[in-house]
Design a protein around this ligand. Structure first.
Ligand SMILES: Nc1ncnc2c1ncn2[C@@H]1O[C@H](COP(=O)(O)OP(=O)(O)OP(=O)(O)O)[C@@H](O)[C@H]1O
Length: 254
């Protein structure tokens, strides 16, 4: 029997305020795939992933996770989610280890951390290259290190599906390289990944498929656009000449 898709979204409509933000989106992510969700600011990317994890209700359409209708889905430990532009600190003096441990709660039984739980937390901290900062307050970290803590928190439950909303946004180059390496290892281990992005950038080699949104609709679902600049992207509004030495870009539509 064929495996159920990890994510199945059919005809999704969602409204925020009085604004229709998703206008009939279909999105399927199969086991082991790495899918990039691309599109201009405001095209609905974050809303789409937030609807997948149940944070934005649909006004029409259907979502299933691992073959289970979203409203019956309870197995949240199978999913790691890194939201957009948040900070792990928010004024609370938690250490790196404490924040990452919070990501393990969904696997912790009876509220007691086992040796396996502790090992998973240390592994996640090591994966993002912060082993030497585990005892430090997250308030003492840079923006890129923060983002690495949030990703470690998502990895602590050893998820089968990782959903990340612009993981590279505002992240310094060193952290970007570490994150790309972390993701590469996850993908090699079979983790399914859905990434919201503006540009494929350093993650391009990992991406199997790109889904491009425009005004709440899917305008492209297929191979990731090659590194030929944003104008190659289906849905780009206008064409204008650009210098031959313009840096190569794969991402788009800003
Ligand atoms: N709580 C809200 N109430 C009303 N409108 C909202 C709300 N949240 C988002 N929107 C609007 O919905 C649209 C889609 O937003 P969304 O964040 O999904 O886009 P996005 O593609 O992720 O954009 P970005 O790249 O800027 O993150 C935008 O026009 C945004 O202004």
């Amino acid at each position: 029997m064929a495996m159920e898709p990890v994510i199945s979204v059919r005809g999704a409509h969602a409204t925020l305020g009085s604004r229709p933000v998703l206008r009939g989106i279909d999105l399927t992510v199969q086991h082991g795939e790495v899918v990039a969700l691309l599109g201009a600011n405001g095209s609905g990317k974050s809303t789409a992933v937030r609807s997948v994890i149940g944070q934005v209700p649909l006004t029409d359409g259907e979502i299933a996770l691992f073959g289970t209708e979203l409203r019956r889905f309870r197995d949240w430990a199978r999913i790691g989610y890194v939201p957009q532009r948040t900070t792990a600190a928010s004024g609370v003096p938690a250490t790196v280890r404490e924040v990452v441990s919070a990501g393990r709660l969904s696997r912790t039984r009876l509220g007691r951390q086992t040796r396996a739980d502790r090992a998973a937390v240390e592994r996640a901290i090591g994966l993002v290259g912060l082993a030497d900062r585990a005892k430090d307050s997250v308030n003492a970290l840079s923006g890129g290190q923060h983002q690495r803590v949030l990703i470690a928190r998502a990895l602590a439950s050893e998820p089968e599906l990782l959903i990340m909303d612009e993981p590279m946004a505002g992240v310094d180059l060193v952290s970007q390289e570490i994150l790309a390496g972390t993701l590469r290892e996850q993908v090699a281990a079979g983790t399914t990944v859905l990434l919201v992005m503006h540009e494929l950038g350093a993650l391009e080699p990992l991406i199997d498929r790109a889904v491009v949104l425009r005004e709440g609709c899917v305008v492209h679902d297929g191979p990731p656009p090659k590194a030929v600049g944003q104008h190659a992207l289906p849905g780009h509004d206008h064409v204008h000449p650009h210098a031959a030495d313009e840096p190569l870009r794969t991402g788009l539509l800003t």
